[in-house]
Design a protein around this ligand. Sequence first.
Ligand SMILES: *Cc1c(COP(=O)(O)O)cnc(C)c1O
Length: 463
Amino acid sequence: MQKIDGLRYRALGPQHLDRIARDVGLDGDQLTALKAVAAVLPFRVNRYVLDELIDWNDIPSDPIYQLTFPQAGMLERGDFLRMVDLLGRGASDEEVRREARRIRMRMNPHPAGQLDLNVPEIDGERLPGAQHKYRETVLFFPSQGQTCHAYCTYCFRWAQFVGMEELRFANREVQTLVRYLTTHTEVSDVLFTGGDPLVMSTSVLRRYLEALLVPGLEHVTNIRIGTKALAYWPFRFTTDRDADDLLRLFEQVGRAGKRLALMAHFSHPRELGTPEVREAMQRILDTGAVIRCQAPLVRHVNDNAEAWATMWRTQVRLGAVPYYMFVERDTGPKHYFEVPLARALRIFSRAYNQVSGLARTVRGPSMSATPGKVVVEGVAEVAGEKVFALKFLQGRDPSWANRIFFARFDAQASWLDDLEPAFGAKEFFFEPTLHAMAEGAWLPEWRRKDAPRLVGASREEAS
Ligand SMILES: *Cc1c(COP(=O)(O)O)cnc(C)c1O
């Protein structure tokens, strides 16, 4: 195994599959399968993931291999065989691309709320690279942070990595964001997400972050950065050329009176085990930033209580804060990764049962669905009916947060849409408001101030 300390980042993609297969000893069938799926779904790794994270003696079931390498089961069988056939008889690039596009379009490339409804607007100008769904938090997708150091096979943003250009968010206009935030004093958090904003050079990231440190934005007290860099490329914080500069930028945010929160995506305890990631975490914490950890629960990667309990314990020991366990969204190879809600709850509870209160800052299993973030709190029997107790952690209407509601128990359900209200109710309490919102007849208060033009806009989006 080559020593990779101080290695320069280099993305390895589908064009490197032959070499990777040779290096790690994959057989011809495995390589064929990888190529067929990688023609449809995004694939990217790097030397750190290959050499430090994946256990090549445990292929294909190794969780990090499942997390980063496309698997035959991620496509419908017929699609997979057709793609293998096309590649096998040397079909033209155009033919392969056309088939890939057709398959992708049937994989729900933009799940609820990714493109529509939440786009903020200022002075008649839309901020297409932003989303303001929950009152306190604006999401911002910097146009230069639209990729990652490696791709997770379960990523719900997969469509933007395969060049479905029209689905990409982009916004160079940080100044437009600043103008929006200036008039929206209800916003306390700005969350930079992507892709991974930390694929940007520090000098570019600095332009975005410094813009938020100006007078007039005192109400923005938390700057969050969503990232998988700690897991996939910890050198971003240690030996990369501008790593020290990045840490100085984090300190600068702290000196300006704001808290920088690194929203770290950790899917498996192994990602927390290398000397490189531990050094990176220590350096980040030394800047005064906080690390909060979250990931989806996915079959083949982390669908067991031990993985989560170990992750949460390790995070706490390393000074990080367990934050969310998500339910995998209904997009891409959902069928491959799907874990029913009832099973997700059992895994969460078994992991939660065995850690101390310091790790119980974590919440889950949580669905980021159209009406809001909904956590499965438990299964109970109420008035003779077996039900899921559900709770809003975030809602389109802020008053929904912390509100409990009930759905009929369903052992197969894997998403909010699969659930029916309990006790014979015709609809969930939030549905009338949600319908009114889709029709443009109801807006949350922070959008009302930009009305009435927005009322028309959201009617268009809903159609
Ligand atoms: C999760 C999420 C947030 C942040 O919610 P917190 O509960 O404060 O972490 C903001 N916007 C969207 C669209 C989200 O999905």
